[in-house]
Design a protein around this ligand. Structure first.
Ligand code: ATP
Ligand code: MG
Length: 353
């Protein structure tokens, strides 16, 4: 079957919207566009779009200032309103699975079936055991519709609604070449309000979980403990990104960043332990970090200490070709952690589900 056209990847995050568009190259892909627009803190709260106008404006801005002509896009959701379950079923045909789907969902997904979109993917079939492993995905219709209409209002046509953690897996496969090498890797997207975890074992999805914690928690704690505004706390947290605040960042900031990082890392560790206790995979070989909060060296190092696993920041652009006249390598290095989800989405095509 002919391959569909590559979609525009649109990652609508709670702190910023990122747009990534790729182009087919001789070998692999070329980066055509990557850009992002910051959102105000109130635009998306806990994954819920509170102000659709702001979000649509950000998307429209990204499309127009980058002259993106392709309108068909892939978006994604994460957090409370999507549930992913890996289940083992007796071996059956695709049609039998289709017929049993509703029943399986009712057994495994704690949402009213009328409120959700259902998707499934067969991960492995094992005829010797007479079983198959299936991934069930249920996402709240309301939530999906909100994200779809934010993109539509900006003049785009969403063709695919993905889940953040699966787009990370796609990014990983492209950037790191397959992943079916016997390795088990955990990818952690450390965002502003949500931390998404996906564990890929020998190229197959083994576990996913979203944790409602992220960089925003760190900023809020700095704000509280130092009695300053959110914006000031944010500037201190990122080390005085705009202007040279380095010299004047109060020493308490480092302390607070460390405290909150410990808490976030403990929650992550709970999920990693749960995975290790409940799966036959005995070991995680590597942890890859994406998301803006992956730029926090403190959090990365606490995650490494608690897990005892090698931690590295992912490079979603590493395997992409790009025009050095358009994109400066320093800029790409700087934004790379933030691009994980959008690069994964930009690998999706028309004609896919
Ligand atoms: N240099 C830095 N050091 C520490 N944190 C940073 C740095 N740069 C950005 N961040 C944090 O990264 C977060 C934004 O990351 P990201 O863009 O991945 O989140 P998002 O996708 O908008 O949110 P979410 O996925 O949670 O909805 C913010 O909390 C921001 O403060
Ligand atoms: Mg995000």
């Amino acid at each position: 079957m002919a391959k569909g056209k590559l979609l525009v990847g649109l990652d609508i995050g709670s702190s910023s919207v990122k747009l990534c568009h790729l182009k087919e190259a001789k070998r692999g892909y070329q980066l055509k566009t990557f850009d992002m627009v910051q959102l105000s803190q109130e635009a998306i709260v806990d994954g819920v779009i509170m102000n659709q106008g702001t979000v649509s404006d950000a998307i429209r801005n990204l499309v127009s200032r980058n002259r993106v002509r392709q309108k068909e896009c892939a978006i994604s959701i994460s957090g409370y309103s999507v549930i992913v379950k890996r289940i083992t079923l007796p071996l059956m045909t695709d049609q039998e699975l289709e017929n049993n789907l509703q029943w399986e969902v009712e057994q495994h997904i704690p949402f009213d079936i009328n409120d959700v979109f259902i998707d499934k993917e067969i991960l492995t079939r094992s005829p010797q055991m007479g079983t198959m492993d299936v991934l069930l995905v249920a996402s709240k219709r309301d939530m999906v519709n909100e994200y779809v209409s934010a993109a539509r209002d900006a003049g785009l046509t969403p063709k695919v609604v993905d889940v953040d953690c699966f787009s990370l897996q796609n990014m990983y496969e492209m950037a790191y070449g397959g992943g079916n090498d016997g390795e088990t890797i955990a990818i952690l997207d450390l965002g502003a309000s949500i931390t998404s975890l996906i564990i890929v074992s020998n190229g197959v999805t083994a576990f996913t979980r979203d944790i409602s914690m992220g960089g925003q928690q760190i900023t809020e704690e700095i704000q509280k403990q130092l009695s300053i505004t959110y914006e000031e706390a944010e500037a201190y947290k990122v080390g005085g990104r705009d202007g040279d605040l380095d010299a004047v960042v109060p020493h308490e900031v480092e302390e607070v960043v460390h405290q909150v990082s410990e808490t976030i890392a403990q929650e992550i560790q709970r999920s990693l332990n749960f995975f290790l206790e409940t799966s036959s995979v005995g070991l995680i070989n590597r942890i890859l970090l994406t998301g803006g909060t992956a730029k926090s060296a403190a959090l990365a190092s606490v995650i490494g200490q608690q897990s005892g696993v090698v931690v590295e920041v992912a490079s979603p652009f590493a395997a992409l070709q790009y025009d050095p006249k358009t994109y400066n390598p320093d800029y790409l290095n700087d934004v790379a952690p933030l691009a994980g989800v959008s690069v994964g989405l930009a690998l999706r095509r028309t004609g896919e589900r």
